[in-house]
Design a protein around this ligand. Structure first.
Ligand SMILES: Cc1cc2nc3c(=O)[nH]c(=O)nc-3n(C[C@H](O)[C@H](O)[C@H](O)COP(=O)(O)O)c2cc1C
Length: 183
């Protein structure tokens, strides 16, 4: 089984990165093939779609995202990691997800190609107060539903601010690894 993880924080070695890494390490324990992708390494730009017939939606700058979305299509399970920024997912992750709307291969759109794939969500946030967490995760839940993906778990690190904070939280690291092992 192939598992691809996307780090939606610009901070390499930060809390999101560490947790995505743990999920992938768990998947590797279970003998799955893993790959980690830093979205920050790619020149993702805001979507600028040319509307018309949905089948003809296009944007000349879609190519960078498409090469990453190909990895989702090739995978059996996907890990999406984001820091919480302004009570929401990161802009970097949103740039990527917006581009999922334009993906097409041989006339098939992404949602024709993602049915049954597993999705794990990782989020890191400084607050301990999680009253808005549901709102942060809601777009990802709806996205999974739209893509007919299976929600395979979530790891939410609250109270982590600086890089390395999550490494002091063995409970969360173990949760992340266990989710990876369960894929
Ligand atoms: C632009 C920005 C906005 C943030 N907004 C929030 C927020 O709304 N709630 C929160 O709990 N933490 C917020 N944080 C803190 C980060 O979520 C926190 O530092 C997290 O651990 C960063 O993850 P990383 O190490 O993977 O980058 C914000 C940080 C930045 C830079």
């Amino acid at each position: 089984m192939k598992v691809v993880g996307f780090v939606g924080s610009p901070r390499k070695g930060g809390n999101t990165d560490t947790l995505v890494e743990q999920v992938l390490a768990g998947a590797a324990d279970a003998d799955h093939q893993t790959e980690k992708i830093y979205l920050a390494d790619y020149a993702l730009t805001p979507i600028d779609p040319v509307y018309g017939e949905e089948a003809n939606w296009t944007d000349p700058r879609q190519g960078v995202a498409d090469q990453l979305i190909d990895k989702i299509v090739a995978a059996d399970a996907v890990v999406i990691g984001t820091p919480v920024y302004w009570f929401s997912v990161s802009g970097l992750l949103k740039l990527f997800i917006d581009r999922w709307a334009l993906y097409q291969r041989s006339g098939q759109r992404l949602r024709d190609l993602t049915s049954g794939k597993k999705l794990v969500v990782v989020a890191a946030m400084a607050d301990n107060d999680t009253d808005y967490l549901k709102a942060v995760l809601a777009p990802l839940h709806y996205t999974a539903k739209w893509l007919k993906m299976q929600w395979a778990g979530e790891v939410i690190a609250t109270g982590v601010s600086d890089p390395g904070d999550v490494e002091q939280r063995p409970d969360l690291l173990a949760d992340a690894r266990a989710i990876g092992q369960s894929l």
